[in-house]
Design a protein around this ligand. Structure first.
Ligand SMILES: [Zn+2]
Length: 157
């Protein structure tokens, strides 16, 4: 029966591997795939369907000082990440940067540069702040930033 057990485990792992719903055939995120999976996991908590039919995340050259960029040419979301900066970022900073760009590319958000939320509890109102790496209280208020990102509608909020 051992072989049968092995097959069951293999199937289970296979299911786990695709369970987050990431990604459809048109998603090509390469080394950045884990951030797309994490983004979609957060979205599911807010009952948002953000699974992309098409999305490319690539490493590529950008204008000086630009860390990452979302472009929607031809309607196909494309995120380009600077190979100069990416290796220097912490895991948390990488999430901040890619969640910000995915906010542009998959949620249609534009920049939100208010530096205080309504209650004044955290430094920035939104992860869509122009310079996401400045959001020094991201880990402390992670849930609040996720709520602002996914639970609000419209290009601003
Ligand atoms: Zn931006």
């Amino acid at each position: 029966m051992r072989w049968f057990h092995f097959i069951k485990i293999s199937l289970f792992l296979g299911v786990l591997f695709v369970a987050p719903g990431c990604c459809r055939a048109g998603v090509n995120a390469g080394q950045f795939q884990q951030y797309v999976v994490a983004f979609q996991k957060e979205a599911v908590k807010f009952h948002r369907d953000v699974i992309a039919d098409s999305l490319t995340i690539q490493s590529g050259s950008l204008p000086a000082g630009t860390l990452a960029l979302c472009t929607l040419g031809n309607g196909i979301p494309l995120i380009t990440v600077s190979p100069d900066y990416w290796p220097k970022l912490t895991e948390q900073q990488r999430e901040m940067v890619l969640f910000h760009e995915l906010g542009h590319c998959l949620l249609g958000k534009i920049h939100e540069n208010e530096t205080r939320d309504v209650s004044g509890e955290r430094a920035y109102r939104s992860l869509m702040y122009l310079h996401p790496l400045d959001i020094y209280d991201y880990s402390q208020f992670h849930d609040d930033y996720m709520t602002e990102l996914f639970a609000t509608s419209g290009p601003r909020g």
